[in-house]
Design a protein around this ligand. Sequence first.
Ligand code: NAP
Length: 246
Amino acid sequence: MLTDKIAVVTGASRGIGREIAVTLAAKGATVIVNYNGSAAKAEEVVAEIQAAGGKAEAVQCNVSDFEKAAELMAYVVKQYGRVDILVNNAGITRDNLLMKMSEEDFDAVINTNLKGAFNCIKHISRQMLKQKAGRIINISSVSGVLGNAGQANYCASKAGVIGLTKSVARELASRGITANAVAPGFIDTEMTAVLSDAVKAAATEQIPMKHFGSTKDIANTVAFLASDEAGYITGQVISVDGGMAM
Ligand code: NAP
């Protein structure tokens, strides 16, 4: 159980982040449901959590903005006194072959997926050090482990998240703070709904289990890493991908 824990989940208005927020709240955590543009959807997540007897608040923040991420963390600490669990889930894709990829699309993906995680960790690390406790869980991707044609920006950002996770884990381990990455394979969300049937069929072919995963598969893994039971696990990349990256 995560009773009385304070959790921040970035990009929790839909998809994997939404499921993580609902799952952590069901285990007793008070969840800050971060979003960037989808205010109404974030409020729906909060309403769903509250209807089930849980505690949650939606807070807008573009995590790629260093100062705004600082404001988000300062707000949560002021309101709730601490942050026990930080889940860096916010992410975007801007897929294209390298030859056609614009500088803007490269920067946008790195700034959200990698710098966003850095910003949030950076601005909560002092508080977690004071607490002598904390769980940092970064959502990477099987693409960051294997690489993927048409996703140089995305794969670089997700491989970067793995390096960031391991460095943070080494820096903070002696102070009771763990940092781990979860690397999902293909999961049914709006992010993968845009893929053509041909791309989805080719992807399924690469998955030993022969089907996409669900948001629940990822949320359950995150909930475990956030729990007391996972206290001796740090610096790891947990693949939840139906066997893709074995
Ligand atoms: P999604 O359905 O597209 O949702 C993305 C979420 O990120 C939304 O809540 C969005 O909020 C938020 N977001 C985007 N930019 C943001 C920013 N600058 N600041 C704050 N929030 C921001 O994506 P998903 O499929 O659930 O993916 C979630 C995470 O899992 C991502 O990191 C993704 O790379 C990773 N992942 C997904 C898959 C997959 O197959 N789906 C596989 C591997 C890894 P707004 O709508 O408010 O902008």
